[in-house]
Write a protein that binds this ligand. Structure first.
Ligand SMILES: *Cc1c(COP(=O)(O)O)cnc(C)c1O
Length: 398
């Protein structure tokens, strides 16, 4: 018999070190805990709730869909998949979409597609994928191997073979790309979990050029940077490139799980019936949430407003570099903001909790700030004033 009173371990596997906060409600830029404390949510559920919590445009359509059809599998046609795919391809340089449920799955699909494409082109040895130091591409077997961070690999060897890593933003390293072996490179244009590090535009252009010359596919992981997070609908628009493949997830469904892998026609054609699939992928609820999300973000002034607010936040944060010895560098793009500290970022995150602000870390020394894209100047000012309070307290204490 299971004696619950004797149970010492958590019934939920402890894959996360959680903060002692239990959230029960969200609306707009705010969330509430079970004691009724209100927090300004500058995590956006890790770049997921880009329109804030429970945005009306998405909520209404989801409620309506709930009364029609939740799930039917991909053995049948799902009109909202076509609608969303048409929307995404009209707004990107891609022609076809595969739908799944998460970022890791989208990257898995991209890796499979790249291998299949190389085979279809008649290359038998072009099987390897190159990624970059401090990247983050997911936690599944393959996407963990794609993630070039030792701490993510520990305890899980042997890793999925065929991945190798080059230093990020290093021009010379690109010359070592081996066209005999490499079918694709995959990268984030602003590294998220790896420390909020933007790629250099000239480096990315060079990479794209080399990929074309060597018949290597360029896969851009926009799981975190996509859906307006960096100021444009997709980050690649700011880098003067047209990637062969792009992956999306986090912000795509406003918090409803959904992932997507987009490819140019010539590449997407390598997926045929039976080559890949997902039971839940592209289900009517997820498609409804994603469609309503994109329709909101593509409205003419939505991203313009977000850009204005993000410039304001950046300008104000930049001032802290000279005002506080704790603040080393402010970097990022749009509302993907990193504040590198001369000290422990988790400490600051916890101190901000006490003041009613939720924020994230990206590595031990980087505070990661991910406001909803429709946050207001008042909210930004509220955040800035409490962050300064925390920085003052920390510097006074040391
Ligand atoms: C979060 C993230 C992933 C993994 O997404 P999951 O939905 O957690 O599987 C992959 N790539 C990037 C850049 C991410 O930020």
């Amino acid at each position: 018999m299971l004696d619950l009173s004797a149970q010492k371990i958590s019934p939920v596997m402890e894959t996360y070190g959680r903060f002692p906060i239990t959230l029960v409600k969200g609306k707009g830029s705010y969330v509430w805990d079970e004691q009724g404390n209100k927090y300004l949510d500058y995590t956006s559920g890790i770049a997921t709730c880009n329109l804030g919590h429970i945005p009306e445009a998405v909520s209404e359509k989801l409620k309506n869909q709930l009364d029609h059809l939740w799930h039917c599998s991909n053995l049948y046609h799902i009109p909202s998949q076509n609608e969303l795919a048409e929307k995404l391809t009209s707004l990107s340089c891609h022609d076809q979409v595969f739908f799944c449920n998460s970022g890791a799955e989208a990257n898995e699909a991209a890796v499979k597609l790249a291998k299949k494409y190389a085979k279809d082109q008649g290359y038998t040895n072009k099987t390897d994928i190159v990624t970059f130091t401090d990247s983050f591409h997911g936690r599944t077997g393959t996407t963990m191997a794609a993630t070039a961070q030792q701490k993510i690999h520990e305890g899980f060897t042997p890793l999925t073979p065929g991945f190798s890593y080059l230093p990020f933003n290093d021009q010379e390293a690109l010359l070592t790309l081996d066209e005999q072996k490499t079918c694709a490179v995959m990268l984030e244009l602003v590294q998220g979990e790896g420390g909020v590090r933007p790629a250099d535009v000239s480096w990315v252009k060079q990479l794209s050029k080399i990929c074309k010359e060597k018949d290597i596919l360029l896969i851009i992981d926009e799981v975190q940077t996509g859906i307006g997070r960096t100021g444009t609908l997709f980050a690649y628009e700011q880098f003067g490139i047209k990637p062969d493949v792009m992956t999306l997830a986090k912000g795509l469904g406003s918090g409803i799980p959904v992932g997507a892998m987009l490819a140019k026609e010539s590449v997407g054609q390598s997926f045929k019936p039976g080559t890949h699939g997902s039971t839940f992928g592209g289900n009517p609820l997820a498609m409804t949430a994603a469609l309503a999300t994109i329709e909101t973000v593509e409205k003419s002034d939505f991203l313009k407003k977000a850009e204005k607010q993000s410039h304001y936040l950046f300008d104000e944060l930049k001032k802290l570099e000279t005002q506080y010895s704790l603040v080393k560098e402010v970097r990022g793009k749009g509302f993907l903001v990193g504040v590198e500290l001369n000290g422990d970022a988790k400490h600051i995150v916890k101190a901000l909790h006490g003041k009613g602000i939720l924020s994230l870390i990206a590595g031990p020394a980087v505070l990661r700030v991910l406001p909803p894209l429709n946050t207001t100047e008042d909210e930004i000012n509220h955040f800035l004033s409490l962050l300064k309070d925390v920085l003052n307290e920390q510097e006074d204490a040391s």
